[in-house]
Ligand binder design. Structure first.
Ligand code: HEM
Length: 555
């Protein structure tokens, strides 16, 4: 790790000539306005040795809450400061766009909400956000429960087989299992399509993973090779990628056509009052197609669906993966959660109402997101010159940033900042129950009463020191969906099983792309150790088959 606290006025003698020249160029191009920031210099090895955000953390501790990261000819401003993050994400949100992120995601998500230009974003956000209303979420809890039950039944069958051989535990890669579960849930919730990936493989499932893999690869590969002319036809991984995209797009096109053919146009208020628990199709696609006065072409709808498929799949799977990773290292916390689950649920499955009583289980999901936020960085580019406010340990007067500056808001640094959290690296779900007075001018402290009725701690409660779903107008639309999904899946797993890691925690290597995941899977030992879990299956119909659309693909 080569990290130096420098300013352009005092170049360090040992700096290599190339870096030096590129820094000067960067400062020249930026008009010298961010030249006075502390500068961390990244070596190319920082990109490959370990996930970048680990180095960003070390530099944060060394250089303060706003610093410049120079990588050859490229410079990024790294923000680890809630006051500056609040300014960029909320107070001056429309002076920024998604910059590098949009470049990477546009070929996959088109004009979906994440990479969309401002005009498209305004139109689509107005239509999509109301789709996540409370009756929809209530119906989704039923879907979360039914899908989780399929996973649990699968584990039970494996355990049964193992017990015939005299074994008491099964070994599984839980990361892969959570990924399948989250894919099934997002398919049903967003476009009423049952991938069925917990129990089978299919060309569409393979295509989704292929696309995710490419999105991941692009976000860690610093040369945009996909933009080279003819790459689409010549580079094998690009040919495969476009093949995968076609498979998914064909599937989505059929779903959109089916939804449009059965359209029942109505006002948004009436849509939100439908009998969701008994609807054959409670999906977001149904909502978007049926909403009066919002006709859009199929291409836009497809981009919307693709965006939510990608945004809502691996992120939620990662919450579950890391929650189990931490619980397995903290058996007393796992036991505490199991006691809560037993006392709230008994043998029943979770419901929309019972989630409200599963406080500790909810906080486990939130604490998993604090320690391993998905994604660990938020990416922005300034559209016009801006003045960042003075941070708590950055320059007191703040910094002027020119148009075109690339910024990383390091959510990982914010969530593990020793300035805002006690024992920041420890897994302590109960921390969110404690109010914390502010010791920093301009930061309002940690106060759960600021967001009355919120089921889960959020950025408002923590005044932007906690940003698992971003903040401001571009905050995640699926936050409650994802948190309830995580709570239901965790509760149902712990209701039946006790989990141990197969190897040591250190053997679980982390790799990062858009989300943070393991290098070789989260291998765990599962056993039914509690008397409560030995009894008959949860009172849910395990042979449940959703009312999904049929899609015929010509592959
Ligand atoms: C945006 C995190 C689940 C859909 C975001 C952002 C974050 C985030 C941090 C803001 C990005 C930024 O400001 O640059 C997460 C996490 C999830 C999750 C941690 C799971 C635990 C979901 C789900 C859906 C979804 C389930 C949809 C069903 C979206 C969309 C946006 C977004 C559409 C773009 C919003 C906009 O720009 O208006 N998400 N997300 N996310 N998320 Fe999520």
């Amino acid at each position: 790790l080569r990290s130096q606290s420098t300013s352009t006025e005092e170049p360090k003698t040992k700096r290599n000539l190339l870096d030096n020249a590129s820094n000067l160029l960067t400062n020249f191009l930026s008009g010298g306005k961010i030249g006075s920031m502390p500068t961390a210099e990244g070596a190319v090895t920082d990109l490959f040795d370990r996930p970048l955000f680990f180095s960003l953390y070390d530099w944060f501790i060394e250089h303060g809450s706003v610093y410049k990261l120079a990588f050859g000819p490229k410079a990024f401003v790294v923000v680890s400061d809630p006051i500056v993050a609040r300014h960029i994400l909320r107070e001056n949100a429309f002076s920024y766009d998604k910059g590098v992120l949009a470049d990477i995601l546009e070929p996959i998500m088109g004009k979906g909400l994440i990479p969309a230009d401002l005009d498209t974003w305004k139109q689509r956000r107005r239509v999509i956000a109301p789709g996540f209303h409370s009756l929809y979420l209530e119906a989704m809890v039923k879907t979360f429960r039914n899908c989780s039950e399929r996973t649990i039944v699968k584990f039970e069958k494996l355990l049964e087989r193992e017990s015939l051989r005299g074994g008491k535990a099964i070994e599984l890669d839980l990361e892969a299992e959570f990924s399948s579960l989250a894919l099934d849930i997002i398919g049903l919730g967003v476009f009423n399509y049952d991938f069925g990936s917990v129990t089978k493989e299919s060309p569409v499932i393979k295509a989704v993973y292929g696309t995710l893999f490419e999105a991941e690869h692009r976000s860690t590969f610093y040369i945009p090779y996909w933009k080279f002319p003819l790459a689409k036809w010549i580079v094998p991984r690009q040919r495969k990628f476009y093949g995968d995209l076609k498979v998914i797009n064909d599937c989505l096109d059929v779903l959109i056509r089916n939804a449009k053919e059965t359209r029942e146009e109505t006002d948004v208020e009436k849509l939100q009052q439908r009998d969701y628990l008994n609807l054959k199709d409670a999906s977001l696609l149904r909502f978007l197609v049926d909403m009066r006065g919002t006709d859009v072409d199929d291409r836009q709808l497809r981009d919307d669906l693709m965006t939510m498929l990608i945004a809502g799949h691996e992120t939620t799977a990662a919450v579950l993966t890391w929650a189990v990773f931490f619980l397995a290292q903290n058996p007393s916390k796992m036991k505490k959660a199991q006691e809560e689950i037993d006392s709230v649920l008994g043998q029943d499955g979770p419901t929309y109402e019972s989630i409200k009583k599963l406080e500790y289980t909810r906080l486990i999901a939130v604490e998993s997101l604090r320690l391993f936020p998905q994604p660990p960085l938020l990416i922005r580019r300034s559209l016009k010159p801006d003045k960042l406010p003075g941070g708590y340990n950055g320059a007191k007067d703040g910094y002027a940033v020119p148009a075109g500056t690339d910024l990383f808001i390091s959510v990982y640094n914010l969530h593990r900042s020793p300035y805002f959290w006690d024992n920041p690296n420890e897994f302590e779900p109960e921390r969110f129950l404690v109010e914390k007075k502010s010791h920093v001018e301009g930061w309002a402290g940690f106060d759960p009463s600021r967001s009355p009725g919120a089921l889960y701690p959020n950025e408002i409660i923590a005044d932007f020191a906690f940003l698992p779903f971003g903040g401001g107008p571009r905050k995640c639309v699926g936050d409650q969906f994802a948190l309830m999904e995580s709570t239901v899946a965790l509760a149902m797993l712990l209701q039946k099983f006790t989990v141990e890691l197969k190897g040591s925690p250190d053997s679980v290597e982390q790799v990062t792309g858009a989300t943070l995941h393991t290098k070789n899977g989260l291998w765990c030992k599962l056993q039914k150790s509690r008397p409560c879990a030995e009894q008959s299956s949860i009172a849910i119909d395990a042979s449940w088959v959703p009312h999904t659309s049929t899609v015929r693909l010509h592959l």
